[in-house]
Design a protein around this ligand. Structure first.
Ligand code: MG
Length: 258
């Protein structure tokens, strides 16, 4: 097995990237840079570490609590407590695996303000269209109040949330995650990009060209295989969202040097 991994990695380095890699594919750290000591998914430490390694952006996940406080966490539940059905006071003392308390969006954005990396803001789906729109409203207001419009790029699986983000934040980057709409459909709805799983882009290789022609950005998630990172760069992905940001930067810098 180890031998197989070695040859796959070696092959990925040896196969030259081609000219389309000159798009300069950039790296987004998935849930921050968390694969290092003292860090954890969606922690403020992971945001800081992502900034330290100079990635383009650091991705994070946002839920709105029942009393309308946006918090940073990936799963629907913390332990067995449903995030969106709880008041903030019910979850505020719960901790991430690195010991940090669950960050509020406000705390997270205030940290993000001092960093250079873009804030790749995933608004998680909520229980109803109304809650999706409410979540978008609360979040856009907070981003605007903190003056972070230019540093914040929104992504979402939910169409109601996406449409509300587009309506409330004209000029912002808003990309769709769910993989079920073509570039033409996304453009028509006002999205500025697609952010699709690599399996979707494998199924629809024509979407690379279609998206480019329409001026949509292309982000592909979650890509942790060196050979695939290289292949997606070759196909023209603008961004790779990955759990191995340092390795991805190394692979992509080789691509652009050739
Ligand atoms: Mg996410």
């Amino acid at each position: 097995m180890k031998q197989l991994v070695f040859w796959v990695v070696l092959l990925a380095w040896l196969i030259p990237c081609q000219s389309r890699a000159q798009n300069k594919t950039q790296v987004i750290a998935h849930r921050g840079y968390w694969q290092t000591e003292g860090s954890a998914h969606n922690s403020i430490k992971a945001l800081q570490l992502a900034n330290d390694i100079n990635v383009y952006g650091s991705e994070f996940d946002v839920h709105l609590t029942a009393d309308n406080i946006p918090v940073i966490f990936h799963d629907d539940k913390i332990l067995d407590i449903p995030v969106q059905a709880s008041n903030y006071s019910d979850i505020m003392d719960l901790k991430l695996t690195n010991g940090e308390k669950i960050p509020t969006l406000e705390k997270y954005l205030n940290k993000g303000k001092i960093y250079n990396c873009q804030l790749i803001f995933e608004l998680k789906p909520h229980a109803t269209p109304e809650r999706n729109r409410k979540a978008a409203q609360v979040c856009v207001k907070m981003v605007t109040d903190l003056g972070l419009q230019d540093k914040t790029e929104y992504i979402t699986f939910d169409l109601d949330a996406g449409k509300e983000l587009i309506r409330l934040a004209p000029g912002a980057q808003v990309s769709y995650l769910n993989g079920d709409l073509s570039p033409a459909q996304l453009k028509e709805m006002g999205f500025t990009g697609l952010d699709y799983n690599h399996s979707v882009m494998k199924e629809h290789p024509e979407w690379f060209d279609e998206a480019k022609k329409m001026g949509l950005s292309i982000n592909v998630w979650t890509v942790n295989d060196p050979a695939l990172i290289k292949e997606l760069a070759r196909k023209g992905a603008d961004f790779i969202t990955t759990d191995i940001p340092v390795e991805a930067q190394g692979i992509l810098s080789q691509c652009t040097e050739q």
